[in-house]
Design a protein around this ligand. Structure first.
Ligand code: ADP
Length: 229
């Protein structure tokens, strides 16, 4: 049985997972896709950073793990996702960015989608060389406004000369988990806990592997993969 439930009606909306190491470009690609088809990007990283900034209970529980470059416990993440996937904007389709991150999360997502009677169309793995990833992560900067979180790069997409976001004017910062030590830890965590999901979705026959560093090219490959769905 494929991940998708065959009895579900074919709809014109897309539900997708983006896999890839930190810095592989999941956020950038997700933004391109949502601008194109009106679906919503759900980034567990953005949700968690928003909660930390707002000082909510969830934020307090998650902060330590995040700053060390460790994963937040699966149970916290599943609580977030169970309610997020039932919000009305998800009716237009969604792109999951940074979730699932472990095999137990993928198993729990499968059950959750079955419960909500939602079909998953595609899992895309962005396969980017480690050297490119390291360079991107150390030069990445993020808008500090939780409802903006625009991503910048000091080499290829700088903020304003005084370090402000070009979209909303808030200060652009280097994330606490983007020190060299935390980056190394995040990549290790990725290899150990998240990379096995590539095989997991390969077995479900829903995976599309894309080895490219050009957003435009990746976008084209995804469009092609979705055509057959
Ligand atoms: P990355 O650039 O590392 O992919 P994210 O913005 O996706 O960063 O996530 C930042 C941090 O938030 C992760 O290092 C982790 O601590 C936590 N996090 C985000 N998504 C998950 C998840 N699905 N499961 C567990 N922890 C998560």
């Amino acid at each position: 049985m494929l991940f998708a439930l065959c009895s579900f009606e074919k709809e014109d909306i897309m539900r997708m997972i983006l896999l890839g190491a930190p810095g592989a470009g999941k956020g950038t690609i997700a933004k391109l896709l949502t601008d194109y088809d009106g679906s919503v990007q759900i980034s567990t990283g953005d949700i968690l950073r928003g909660a930390v900034k707002a000082g909510t209970e969830l934020g307090k529980k998650a902060q330590g793990y995040m700053e060390r470059g460790d994963l937040v416990p699966d149970s916290l993440i599943m609580d977030i996702m169970e309610s997020r996937l039932q919000e009305t904007d998800c009716k237009k389709g969604f792109i999951l960015d940074g979730f699932p991150r472990t095999i137990p999360q993928a198993d729990a997502l499968k059950k959750l989608l079955e419960k909500l009677k939602l079909r998953l169309d595609l899992v895309v793995n962005l396969d980017v060389p480690r050297a490119v990833i390291l360079d991107r992560l150390t030069t990445r900067r993020t808008c500090s406004n939780p409802s903006c979180q625009e991503i910048y790069n000091i080499k290829s997409k700088p903020p304003t000369p005084d370090g402000k976001c070009k979209k909303c004017g808030s200060p652009v910062i280097q994330r606490a988990d983007e020190t060299e030590e935390a980056i190394t830890k995040r990549l290790e965590t990725y290899n150990e806990k998240t990379a096995p999901l590539i095989q997991y979705y390969q077995k479900e026959r829903i995976l599309k592997n894309i080895s490219s560093t050009s957003s435009e090219e990746i976008f084209k490959h995804i469009q092609e993969a979705l055509k057959g769905k």
